[in-house]
Write a protein that binds this ligand. Structure first.
Ligand SMILES: NC(=O)c1ccc[n+]([C@@H]2O[C@H](COP(=O)([O-])OP(=O)(O)OC[C@H]3O[C@@H](n4cnc5c(N)ncnc54)[C@H](O)[C@@H]3O)[C@@H](O)[C@H]2O)c1
Length: 465
């Protein structure tokens, strides 16, 4: 499959070029950990850790039961807590464990990680990884996994709900009814069938939304800096302006980047159709909200739905969404047909369950097979699973400093054996080597392990056999 192309400079012959594009990929991979693979291969060999002993895993912050089931099936010793832990308690607990699962409230900073003598992997059962010192973790040879895409469908469904809610002024009617007002109107209320949805950012969420919107009879156009194959009969347009000029509903699904900051501001509102609608469930910085307030006041746009904001409260509570947090709050909340939700786009039971499976599987696969595919701070390396026929083989997992001369030293250590497969990848100051070597007896494992550990570049060495 061809790589995505940068289309920012493409000419008007754009529509002819779509054939070379690629579809968005689904990164979800349930993995095949040893013992109880989710999708076991018939001949997959169950690898045992030589160097780690029994795996202990600490799960904090009530991570989803789907993850606990995965870890229990592996035979790990699982300690599960519903809350996060105070720093000193966490330091005590982290000393022992090989893996830890957290959500957004547990801060794994350098001070805490310094005490994590056995830790090889961190699972963030959430989208973000800001709560972890990723660089320090990598230097200690600790791989970090998260789940960036498990809630794409949930966000896409919320946006569909918002499109209909805006088109029918449903939010305003509901608020009126709550205060005793009966206001049966049809003026400026629309069906969404036959209307044009403009999707900015056709990634995991944008492309899901595209399919759902077409099922409602909408025409879908999208703008993305990459050339991406359209799903259904959606059409990619070459510029943001082209999208804004055609769309009845504009929805943003881009990452937070310097180039997406305020990507919808006064000029862009001026390009939008009169009476169109704007939806943002991506990141709070992508819309210039004072410009949105002006566009709504003037009637240029007929409504907007926002799920994300430049500043968001750190916890739930009354009175927290105020001018103290964002200076324009009062101006925004006084406008009609503005739907505001508290960053709940991805907040569903299904998304939580999918996060548990995705991160649980990635963590298990790293522990059991060494695969670091999907790690956010670590070189991504994988070798295919060993089979039952591979009975005299050992898998070497060697995290080391990224300096010259490592492979020469390591291959000298491997010299007595046969290297069946070897794959090494670096990222910044660290590198990760996976090798399957044959002609290894169990009695030779200790010598092999000790030799690798004594190399000057060694960070973490593990052997599976
Ligand atoms: N509201 C929520 O609860 C919630 C939940 C999940 C994700 N999100 C946010 O939604 C956004 C999209 O998530 P995703 O999983 O679809 O991401 P993704 O990485 O799969 O897709 C993003 C797309 O935007 C495109 N893009 C990047 N810069 C662009 C630009 N300047 N102009 C046009 N297109 C551009 C990329 O090429 C990519 O195709 C992210 O900001 C994410 O943080 C919000």
């Amino acid at each position: 499959m061809s790589q995505p192309q940068d289309i920012s400079n493409l000419s008007q012959s754009f529509s002819n070029a779509v054939a070379i594009s690629t579809s968005p990929v689904n990164n979800f991979s349930p993995g095949s950990p040893y013992g109880q693979s989710i999708y076991p291969g018939r001949h997959t060999k169950v690898l045992k850790p030589f160097s780690t002993g029994d795996i202990k895993i600490l799960l904090l912050e009530n991570v989803n039961t789907t993850a606990i089931e995965i870890f229990n099936k592996q035979g790990y010793q699982v300690e599960f807590l519903k809350t996060s832990l105070p720093e000193e308690e966490l330091i005590e607990k982290i000393k022992d464990v090989h893996a830890i699962g957290i959500r957004s409230k547990t801060n794994l900073n350098k001070r805490i990680l310094e005490h994590a003598k056995n830790l090889i992997v961190i699972g963030c059962f959430c989208i973000g990884t800001n709560q972890v010192d990723l660089e320090y973790a990598a230097k200690k040879g600790i791989a970090v996994f998260n789940s960036p895409f498990s809630n794409s469908r949930s966000v896409a469904e919320l946006v569909i709900a918002e499109i209909i809610t805006l088109a029918r002024q449903l939010g305003d009617r509901s608020i009126e009814m709550h205060t005793g007002t009966w206001n049966k109107v049809s003026s400026k209320c629309w069906e969404i069938r036959g209307k044009t949805l403009g999707i900015i950012g056709y990634g995991h969420i944008g492309s899901q939304l595209s399919v759902l919107a077409e099922a409602f009879g909408m025409n879908v156009i999208y703008y993305d800096t990459l050339m991406i194959m359209a799903l259904g009969t959606a059409k990619q347009v070459p510029t943001l302006e082209a999208l804004l000029r055609q769309a009845d509903f504009v929805t943003l699904h881009v990452p937070e980047l310097p180039e997406t900051k305020n990507m919808i501001s006064t000029n862009e509102f001026n390009c939008m159709k009169d009476g169109s609608y704007l939806i943002n469930a991506s990141r709070g910085t992508v819309i210039d909200i004072p410009a949105l307030v002006e566009a709504r006041k003037s009637g240029k746009i007929a409504g907007a739905a926002l799920d994300v904001y430049p500043n968001e409260p750190a916890k739930n509570g009354v009175g927290l969404f105020s001018d103290n947090l964002n200076s324009w709050t009062t101006d925004l909340t006084q406008l009609g047909n503005i739907i505001l939700s508290p960053h709940i786009g991805g907040s569903t039971e299904e998304a939580q369950s999918a996060i548990g499976i995705e991160v649980g599987s990635a963590v298990s696969k790293y522990i059991n097979e060494g695969s670091s595919v999907g790690a956010v701070n670590f070189p991504e390396v994988s070798l295919r699973s060993l089979t039952l026929d591979d009975n005299d083989r050992a898998r070497v997992l060697y995290v080391h400093k990224n300096v010259p001369g490592v492979l020469k030293t390591v291959n000298e250590i491997f010299a007595e054996h046969n290297i069946e497969k070897q794959y090494s990848e670096s990222r910044g100051e660290i590198a990760y080597l996976m090798a399957d070597i044959s002609n290894v007896s169990v009695s030779q494992l200790k010598e092999l392990y000790d030799s690798l550990q004594q190399t000057p570049f060694h960070i973490v060495t593990r052997l599976l056999y």
